[in-house]
Design a protein around this ligand. Structure first.
Ligand code: H79
Length: 424
């Protein structure tokens, strides 16, 4: 077993986490990219810094919401692309302690989530639109990308990299054990050694030997000898990779799809394009059925509250998880082909049939004839009979399969009805 596989053991077991995007951008409430999209200068963005209070910030409430949703870990933005730090960094004044919030928001977050028994992760943006030594003019995503005044400004990028290393060191020194370091993101030639990636990761692992790191520092996690900075897990964004992720030797690569609840990561006051609890449950099942995790995002508002629609979705999904979590935690892909009515997840000899589309008749299990030792409705533990329908012998491709009939009541949960099958 390689190191990456060992380190991600808890992570692959946990399967479902909460992503939290919170920062100054919650005030304009037009998404976390607002500075870049609207090309706001430091001066134009400054009022949000002077105003940021987060008077309803109580990470214990967030942690309880995550816990109730069935999530096992969380990742919070310690600094997003706008450069604002939620932690009390020695190396900048652009931090929460200098806003009306006057507190180290990260410290409270770590404590609150730990107390709920959840694993704790830090998101840290490699991109920084506030730092003077980050390339601005001509950089395709910087707010000042075509501002003439920035054209001849000389920068010393090396100083930015020093800052990045120093802050990561702070984050992994001052807050106890941290489980995930989530960098975002490399692009164009801003990748790998441009961040002094190998040195950075070596430092991280010396401070936090068990920490797991995403793959966004650069490199290629799918190579058999990946770069030092290539990370422990792959991080697809807003997509569930159709065929999962395997490396060049055909071995599974741990991965985690990060997914928004609406169409923004940071709080957006007018974005009501929320996914339904059913869509979220099915997306989660889709991830597990392909050996991945799901990191589901919430974007707390300027005052620090997770928006009501998000809380409602989390809580419905949580209700489903409470009854059906066994088909998620510790589960992965089944070697059986994808069934017509839904998805399989599997944990050892327990096969979980996620019935998304029951059709009108019995559920058909290709290849499982005589192999089902027990079938139970996962939600309530009730017995389900394996039985061969009348005239089944006349139908094509039914010789090797088993049938389970579900009654109307057994299908009352239309998010995803799970049948737990003990198989040989
Ligand atoms: O933190 C979240 C995003 O802000 C960040 N990664 C996740 C976890 C991210 N940064 N960049 N991207 C994702 C992809 C780039 C999206 C963009 Fe756009 C397309 C940037 C500019 C065009 C979306 C649309 C954001 C602004 C306009």
């Amino acid at each position: 077993m390689n190191k990456r596989w060992e380190r991600t053991d808890w992570f692959r077991e946990a399967r479902y986490g909460m992503f939290i995007h919170w920062g100054l951008y919650a005030i304009p409430a037009r998404g976390e990219w607002v500075r870049s999209v609207e090309k706001l200068s430091n001066e134009e963005y400054e009022p949000y810094f002077r105003e940021f209070r987060g008077d309803r910030y109580d990470p214990r409430v967030w942690a309880k919401a995550a816990k109730a949703a069935g999530q096992q870990y969380a990742v919070l933005t310690t600094k997003h692309h706008d450069g604002f730090c939620l932690f009390d960094s020695e190396f900048t004044d652009y931090k929460a302690t200098n806003t009306p919030a006057q507190r180290d928001l990260i410290k409270d977050y770590v404590e609150a989530f730990r107390d709920e028994g959840l694993k704790v992760g830090f998101y840290y943006s490699l991109i920084d639109w506030h730092h003077d030594d980050y390339p601005a003019y001509g950089d395709r995503i910087h707010p000042m990308r075509d501002n003439e005044a920035y054209k001849d400004r000389s920068i010393q990028f090396e100083r930015y990299v020093e800052y990045l290393h120093a802050q990561v060191k702070e984050l992994l020194t001052n807050y106890g054990k941290i489980d995930i370091m989530w960098f975002d993101f490399s692009y164009d030639d801003m990748t790998g050694e441009k961040w002094r990636g190998a040195e950075l990761v070596t430092m991280i692992r010396s401070l936090q030997p068990d920490i797991i790191i995403d793959n966004r520092l650069g490199g290629d996690i799918k190579k058999s000898e990946p770069e030092v900075y290539a990370g422990d897990f792959y991080s697809p964004e807003q997509i569930v990779p159709p065929g999962g992720i395997v490396d060049e030797n055909g071995l599974n690569v741990p991965w985690e799809a990060c997914i928004t609840l609406n169409d923004n990561w940071g709080y957006h006051a007018k974005d009501f394009a929320y996914k339904s609890p059913k869509q979220v449950v099915r997306a989660l099942v889709e991830c597990i059925s392909k050996n991945g995790n799901m990191l589901l995002n919430v974007g707390p508002d300027a005052r620090g509250e997770i928006p009501v629609p998000s809380i409602q979705i989390l809580s419905s999904v949580g209700e489903w998880m409470r009854r059906n979590g066994k088909s998620i935690y510790g589960c992965g892909a089944s070697s059986l082909p994808k069934p017509e009515w839904g998805r399989y997840t599997q944990n050892g000899n327990m096969l979980y049939a996620h019935v998304f589309d029951r059709g009108i008749g019995p559920i058909y299990f290709q290849g499982l004839k005589g192999k089902i030792k027990k079938a139970r409705l996962l939600a309530d533990g009730s017995e389900l009979k394996v039985s061969t329908p009348w005239m089944a012998e006349h139908y094509s491709d039914t010789e090797s399969g088993a049938f389970i009939h579900l009654t109307g009541a057994e299908l009352s949960d239309d998010m995803d009805t799970v049948i737990a099958l003990e198989i040989e």
